[in-house]
Ligand binder design. Structure first.
Ligand code: PLP
Length: 381
């Protein structure tokens, strides 16, 4: 069996979640928008329970959560949805980081190239962490929004989103956080006054194709989003389309199960990290990103004199790992994240990401893996 160490790309759906999804597909199959019968009413009530739960996990109100197809869609609704307000008010400056996922970089590049926005992409330095000061230094009267990810998907480095939310609170600048990797895992951060939070289901044992966008009020004010899609008006018109009740219920179940087991999860994830690092002691490797500010289940490493592509091919019968995020790993170009951290191309092109999701892969033994790597490394000169 090939061990699965690519949990940052996706996780296995928990069987208890799968049961819930199946139930809402086959037993209960009503359209949450049907107002004329019980089937619809039951589906709507269930969705409202799911919405209330997701809202509570980030200290938001139930009506501030909309369901989407995942973090990519949430990011697009948030960033493209804010743009018309910026255009109308002459606030066309946006601050983000150079280490964001493509699901933020691409909509923002679009706003820059097609709609004349001025977008600042901040690079973090070798720690992989953007500082609050680096963001605040770039703040201008016309800064519409800051978009900063919660946890980087390639390095696992946690960004200071809660601290930033407190600083931006007194300014008119809206804060958007792509929390695809951090949701549930570092829960306290997301209870901060962040205006817009993107959530994904499949990084916490939930199904692919479902997520949420939190649109938090600031007193009477809230991020003035305009719809980017039009249809039946569901989800406060921001995400029209028939609600994916089974997937939403799957997200709800996964979030509930994860919240109940998070402390154990964290302990197990940390233990696996220690085991992997101990095993790698026989190799010559660099850890990419600041371990003091990292989630416990993602490691990004480069090995001296070893090419990541060759390594992955050699390891493919032992372990499934990634070079960078799943979306860029098809091309084997240097990681834009490691490059933005100022690592040279030899290191940036050869980063290996190991990520795990306890109790999935609980029995993984990293020592044979480390042995293979050590054997591949030429003797130190
Ligand atoms: C940081 C980050 N943002 C966005 C996404 C996209 O999420 P989804 O698959 O839910 O669209 C991912 C998933 O890989 C991610 O890691």
């Amino acid at each position: 069996m090939v061990a699965y160490l690519d949990a940052a790309a996706t996780t296995r759906v928990d069987p208890r979640v799968a049961d819930v999804v199946l139930h809402w597909m086959t037993e209960e199959f009503g359209n949450a928008g049907s107002r004329t019968h019980e089937y619809g009413a039951r589906a709507k009530k269930a969705v409202q329970q799911a919405r209330a739960f997701i809202a509570r996990t980030v200290s938001a109100k139930t009506e501030e959560v909309i369901f989407t197809s995942g973090a990519t869609e949430s990011n697009n609704i948030a960033l493209l949805g804010l743009a018309p307000h910026g255009e109308r008010t002459g606030r066309k400056h946006i601050i983000t980081s150079a280490i964001e996922h493509k699901a933020v970089l691409e909509p923002l590049t679009h706003l820059r190239d097609a709609r004349g926005f001025d977008v600042d992409f901040i690079s973090p330095g070798p720690s992989g962490r953007i500082t609050t000061d680096a963001v605040l230094e770039r703040l201008r009267p016309d800064t519409l929004a800051v978009s900063l990810m919660h946890v980087n998907n390639e390095t696992g480095v946690i960004q200071p989103v809660a601290e930033l939310a407190e600083k931006l609170r007194a300014t008119p600048t809206y804060l958007h956080v792509d929390a695809a990797q951090g949701y549930g895992k570092v829960p306290a951060d997301l209870t901060a006054p962040i205006d817009l939070i993107s959530i994904s289901g499949h990084k916490i044992g939930g199904p692919k194709g479902v997520g949420a966008l939190v649109t938090r009020r600031r007193g009477w004010d809230k991020a003035p989003l305009e719809p980017i899609m039009f249809g039946g008006g569901q989800e406060r018109k921001l995400r029209p389309g028939t609600l994916a009740v089974p997937l939403i219920m799957g997200l709800y179940e996964a979030a509930k199960l994860f919240a109940e087991s998070r402390k154990t999860w964290e302990r197990q994830a940390r233990a696996m990290r220690e085991r992997i690092l101990a095993a790698l002691g026989t190799t010559r490797f660099h850890l990419n990103g600041d371990p003091e500010h990292s989630v416990p289940h993602i490691l990004n490493i480069s090995f001296d004199d070893l090419n990541a592509e060759a390594l992955i091919v050699r390891l493919k019968d032992q372990v499934a790992v990634a070079t960078g995020s799943a979306c860029t790993s098809a091309s084997y170009t240097p990681s834009h994240v490691l490059q933005a951290m100022g690592l040279d191309d030899a290191v940036a092109a050869n980063g290996l990401r190991l990520s795990w999701f306890p109790p999935q892969t609980a029995d993984f033994d990293p020592f044979p893996l480390a042995e293979t790597i050590a054997r591949m490394q030429p003797a130190a000169r």
